[in-house]
Design a protein around this ligand. Structure first.
Ligand code: B12
Length: 384
């Protein structure tokens, strides 16, 4: 078994999975997830509630599941790591993971191939398996931590000693009894949050919206990643200034983690890089048409927020930019078909000084010469 497993590990590495680890499955103590859901930290992600049982018991996902193969794919682009990757003022910033062709799509063929390698190596007993990359009801970080692929940091990320926190996690559940790899420590709770964080709290301190009620616990409702990707409605007004120039996701609690100093650029993901997206000026985002949105973003994870979501996020970034030259496109968006876009466009326009312009225009409407020429102004209309 051991030799066959090592051979499988090598072949999976050959598919571009930078981390390949094996873990024995059992029902997890679901207390962490329970408390998280009870606290409402999942916001509107009701699918997390619906799949709670499956998330803590892999046997409900694949009956008789005994082991998982945990696969990590490094998505760091460029050398080094650990420096702030936020765009210069006025340039939108994007979460690093989004600047690729959609990883759900690009990793799936490799996972299908991985499944076939499992069957080839272990025969008929291995023919029934399930594979996921962010797509299944699996507590991916808990299993990854148990497998020794890393530890769960105070930023709640799986942190690898080799790749920092820049790993996508995929998993293959199988009924085979594979030999488990050791976790990073053999202490009673190998998944303990912050295992190798020591006293460091940089991630929690750097979070612009104070989204960590406790180490390793994210209140998604305050997390910029949730607000700019998962939330399809109004971004709470009190969080908008802190969103800064981020138009899709947030990496702040990842960027500051000192474990990233060991990370090197990934090998596999570079093949599907969409780094070109980072160069799109904010003005161009504000002027996106449906056709241009499809042209630029189809095939990326960003398409998930749809045009209205991206326009909404671009409005918030524009409102935070301090650049009044963006008022033109913002005022056009203030008449957009989507009420969500309109609301954020008006907020941004006001922040950039349009409130004063509108007040001036109204004052001119009561100017006797203007009234003499054009008649009295019609009843003021609501702006939102
Ligand atoms: C919902 C979700 C979100 C939500 C909530 C995030 C959160 N922290 O829970 C939002 C939208 C905010 C989000 C944001 C991001 N996400 Co997300 N998200 C998920 C998803 C679908 C479920 C996570 C979940 O179950 N949360 C509930 C909490 C309670 O569980 P948890 O975070 O896993 O952490 C607990 C357990 O791991 C447990 N635990 C840890 N070790 C052990 C060991 C044992 C034995 C036990 C019992 C328990 C245990 O303790 C932790 C704290 O309670 C996963 C995919 C998946 N199926 O797992 C991706 C996932 C976690 N996301 C991912 C990514 C990349 C991101 C972002 C970086 C994207 C971005 N740049 O904007 C941010 C990071 C923000 C952050 N600091 O979390 C990656 C993380 C990879 C990694 N190296 O950790 C995942 C794994 C997707 C993937 N397959 O690659 N995400």
């Amino acid at each position: 078994m051991a030799a066959r497993q090592e051979e499988l590990r090598e072949r999976l590495r050959g598919l571009g999975f930078e981390e390949v680890r094996f873990v024995r499955l059992s029902a997890l103590n679901g207390e962490g997830l329970r408390k998280w859901l009870e606290s409402g930290y999942h916001g509107d992600m009701h699918w997390m509630e619906r799949t709670e049982g499956k998330r803590t018991d892999p046997g409900l996902v694949l009956e008789g599941a005994r082991s998982a193969i945990v696969l990590g794919v490094n998505y760091l682009q460029g050398g080094g790591g650990g420096t702030a990757a936020l765009g210069p003022s006025g340039t939108p910033s994007w979460a690093r993971y989004s600047l690729y062709q959609d990883y759900h799509d690009t990793l799936k063929p490799a996972l299908a191939r991985a499944g076939r390698l499992l069957e080839e190596g272990f025969g008929a007993g291995a023919s029934d398996y399930r594979y996921y990359v962010d797509t299944g009801p699996v507590l991916e970080r808990a299993w990854a931590a148990r497998s020794g692929a890393g530890f769960v940091g105070k930023n709640s990320m799986l942190i690898s000693r080799t790749h920092g926190n820049w790993l996508f996690i995929a998993s293959i559940l199988t009924r085979l009894e594979l030999e488990p790899d050791p976790p990073l420590t053999r202490r009673a709770d190998p998944g303990a949050v912050g295992l190798l964080c020591g006293k460091c709290t940089r991630c929690m301190d750097a979070c612009p919206t104070a989204a960590f009620p406790a180490p390793g616990v994210v209140d998604a409702r305050r997390c910029i990643s949730y607000q700019t990707i998962e939330n399809r409605g109004i971004i709470p007004a009190e969080l908008r200034a802190a969103v800064g120039s981020r138009v899709y996701g947030c990496d702040t609690c990842l960027e500051v983690c000192p474990w990233n100093r060991f990370a090197r650029a990934g090998r596999r993901m570079i093949l599907s890089s969409r780094g070109d997206i980072a160069a799109i000026p904010l003005r161009e985002l504000l002027e996106l048409t449906p056709a241009r949105f499809a042209e630029v973003f189809s095939g990326t994870a960003i398409k998930r927020v749809k045009l209205a979501g991206l326009l909404r996020n671009a409005c918030v970034a524009a409102g935070n930019s301090g650049d009044p030259s963006l008022l033109g496109p913002l005022l056009r968006l203030a008449a957009h078909a989507s009420p969500v876009v309109r609301a954020h466009a008006v907020w941004a326009a006001r922040r950039l000084g349009a409130g004063a312009l509108l007040a001036q225009a109204r004052a001119r409407e009561s100017d006797p010469e203007v009234i003499a020429e054009y008649g009295p102004a019609p009843q003021a209309q609501a702006e939102g």
